[in-house]
Design a protein around this ligand. Structure first.
Ligand SMILES: [Zn+2]
Length: 351
């Protein structure tokens, strides 16, 4: 099989499969089904404007029962959707770089963080750089950094992990790497079953800064040596962002602790924003279904789907409490709802 070159070293073949784009400890904070933050217990639901997919790690049968109507769960869906980790991709790293990532950054950072003392400045700088860079090269978190920035960060990461550099050389590398960040944490927020964790990233319009919500952590990164916040209005608030210390890799990492109320307000702001985006996506999907049905001669009508019909389907998609979470967004359910709506004469609104 033909493979690409590894995205980190750029030399060896990228033969590694199932490379996690998010360090396991962050993935577990976001998605452990029992809120234990354990890495073998993840359930991840990926929402984009047009689709919703569920990944279930090693889920026990009681959890399947909660998420799905098991009679309807096909082997095909288990194979193609549920076992497919949205935070993992194949053939982007070589085995050496993948294990370097794990040994040099992924296992050390959470170990030091757990002690409650500041994490080593060089380690934390490259840990968060690797998180942002990997999300970008993976291309599945809704953003892609400008190519020159992505390349610069990738080369720095490679030098740090594979370059055999002494501390002074690492400091010189940090000084010329366009990356600084403010880190926020609402500790144990996702352990509360009422909350649930999420990953959301947003690259600013100028493409010079990135905002991320990753479970208990918030991150705003600038791809320069100075920090200029460009975050969205619902992300924390301006006073908090201004007040938070800047991490440049030249001093111990400082984390700004965010109150539960503020982190919850940030989540609510994001959910309101996300719902609008998803509702727009649903309406576009319905418009496409409608045009296809007209083209196939299934319905005869001028114009688009009657508005009351579209609104009814949208409401059912978003709110129906009788359908289990895992069954809400399947093609079968779209089909079922459209058929139901077509049978309601009142939705035709005189057409
Ligand atoms: Zn490599």
């Amino acid at each position: 099989m033909e493979t690409n070159k590894c995205k980190i070293c750029g030399e060896r073949e990228a033969t590694k499969t199932n490379s996690h784009l998010l360090p396991a400890f962050l993935e577990a904070v976001v998605g452990s089904y029992d809120h234990s933050y354990r890495r073998d217990r993840d359930v991840l639901i990926t929402k984009t404007k047009y689709s919703t997919r569920i990944h279930t790690g090693a889920l026990p049968s009681t959890e399947y029962e909660r998420l799905f109507d098991q009679d309807k769960l096909t082997d095909e869906r288990i194979k193609n959707e549920l076992s497919d980790n949205p935070c993992a991709v194949d053939y982007i790293f070589c085995p050496q770089c993948e294990s370097a990532l794990s040994d040099v950054l992924e296992s050390k950072y959470p170990e030091q963080l757990k002690t409650g003392r500041p994490v080593d400045r060089r380690l934390s700088f490259f840990f968060w750089l690797s998180v942002v860079w990997r999300m970008s090269v993976g291309g599945i978190f809704g953003f892609r950094l400008p190519e020159d920035i992505e390349n610069k960060l990738g080369r720095s990461l490679d030098s740090y992990m594979n370059g055999g550099l002494d501390d002074d050389a690492v400091d010189r590398l940090i000084e010329k790497t366009p990356f600084c960040y403010k880190l926020f944490q609402c500790k144990d927020y996702c352990r509360n079953p009422e909350h649930g964790g999420m990953i959301h990233c947003w690259l600013s319009d100028s493409r010079k800064s990135l905002m991320c919500m990753i479970g208990d952590f918030g991150l705003e990164v600038c791809f320069a040596k100075e920090f200029k916040s460009e975050s969205l209005e619902y992300f924390l608030n301006k006073a908090v962002i201004d007040e938070a210390p800047l991490n440049t890799g030249m001093a111990d990492e400082e984390i700004y602790h965010v109150s539960e109320e503020l982190w919850q307000a940030t989540h609510k702001g994001f959910i309101a924003h996300g719902k609008r985006v998803i509702a727009e996506g649903y309406l576009e999907t319905l418009a496409r279904i409608w045009e296809t049905m007209k083209a196939e001669g299934c319905i005869v009508c001028d114009g688009g789907m009657p508005w009351p019909m579209a609104m009814w389907i949208l409401k059912e998609m978003l709110d129906d409490k009788d359908v289990k979470m895992g069954d809400k967004h399947t093609p079968e359910r779209w089909h079922h709802l459209v058929c139901m709506a077509l049978e309601h004469p009142e939705f035709w609104n005189g057409k």
